[in-house]
Design a protein around this ligand. Structure first.
Ligand SMILES: C[S@@+](CC[C@H](N)C(=O)[O-])C[C@H]1O[C@@H](n2cnc3c(N)ncnc32)[C@H](O)[C@@H]1O
Length: 282
């Protein structure tokens, strides 16, 4: 999805209650764009919809006519929501999907415990599989394993709350999953999401994530930074804003203006180029 449509969709999802930041929206749109540029086609699946905040982005990513969105949530069966994560509401979900349905998007709903889903039931043609349902270790692990079995070779699994203090069960599930499925690796984390891809396809995602130009297009230039940290035998790309830049201060306000102004940053780039030329003796 191009950055303009991504921003419009992220803006629409702002009014929907739930847990899906504007940055997470832009990340989903970016993944979609990487897949489209690499001719990767398939459906999208989400476990855990609440009111459809993240599902709205997925429903905008799918190609009307050739792809569909499928979702699973307990919705009215909240007695089975043992980890008390979210509180699905089918009426609210349907209302928030109305516009996408009218645009022709096919949306399948599995109203049940995700632990009871099978590959035979949902198929295995998913290019993006968002795991955001039950947050206990066994719940999240079952969902990750299903996602791994249903995602196409070149697709990705996106896991919610991978490293949140409030939800240690998801971290446990992630590590157990990576131990059991060495064909998958964690490629990046940020915005409360973690992206997993099959090792042999991770290169296309990493190449895009490392492009300064694409990072800027999707809103991940200043104040965002990316570092590589060892995690489960790979180098995980971590998107973050340093603590000192999160504080409200006059200095940070000035930094913001300086970094966001094309004129100022253009001047800065020119100065850096001149410095580089001088030091190389060119
Ligand atoms: C954190 S919320 C999802 C947030 C949502 N993705 C958003 O964008 O706001 C978790 C959802 O998972 C659902 N859920 C919890 N346990 C589940 C289970 N075992 N099977 C299916 N859905 C479950 C809840 O009803 C809730 O709607």
């Amino acid at each position: 999805m191009n950055p303009t449509l991504a921003r419009q969709t992220a803006k629409l999802s702002k009014d929907i209650p739930g847990w899906f930041s504007q940055e997470a929206s832009m990340l989903f749109a970016w993944i979609d764009e990487i897949q489209k540029r690499n001719n990767i086609k398939g459906d999208c699946f989400e476990i855990g919809c609440h009111h459809g905040k993240s599902a709205l982005m997925l429903a905008t990513m799918v190609d009307v006519g050739s792809e569909k969105l499928s979702v699973c949530d307990l919705f009215g069966q909240q007695a089975d929501n043992v980890s008390r994560s979210g509180n699905g509401d089918l009426d609210a979900f349907n209302l928030n999907m109305q516009q996408r349905r009218q645009a022709g998007v096919g949306i399948n709903i599995f109203q049940k415990n995700s632990a009871d889903l099978t590959v035979e039931e949902i198929g295995n043609n998913y290019r993006v599989f968002h795991v955001d349902g039950g947050h206990n270790p066994d719940e999240a692990l079952i969902d990750l394993k299903l996602a791994a079995d249903c995602t196409i070779e070149s697709g990705v699994i996106v896991l919610d709350d991978p490293f949140r203090m409030e939800w240690p069960g998801v971290t446990e599930a992630l590590i157990r999953f990576l131990d059991e499925r060495p064909d998958y690796r964690a490629i990046m984390t940020g915005f409360n999401k973690l992206v997993l891809a099959r090792e042999k396809w991770s290169g296309i995602y990493l190449a895009a994530l490392e492009s300064d130009e694409q990072r800027k297009e999707y809103g991940f230039s200043y104040p965002w930074r990316v570092k590589q940290m060892p995690f489960h035998n790979t180098e995980l790309r971590v998107f973050y804003v340093p603590d000192y830049l999160q504080r409200k201060s006059i200095g940070n306000a000035a930094r913001w203006v300086y970094n966001k102004s094309d004129w100022l940053s253009g001047t800065r780039k020119k100065r850096a180029a001149i410095r580089a030329m001088n030091s190389s003796g060119a």
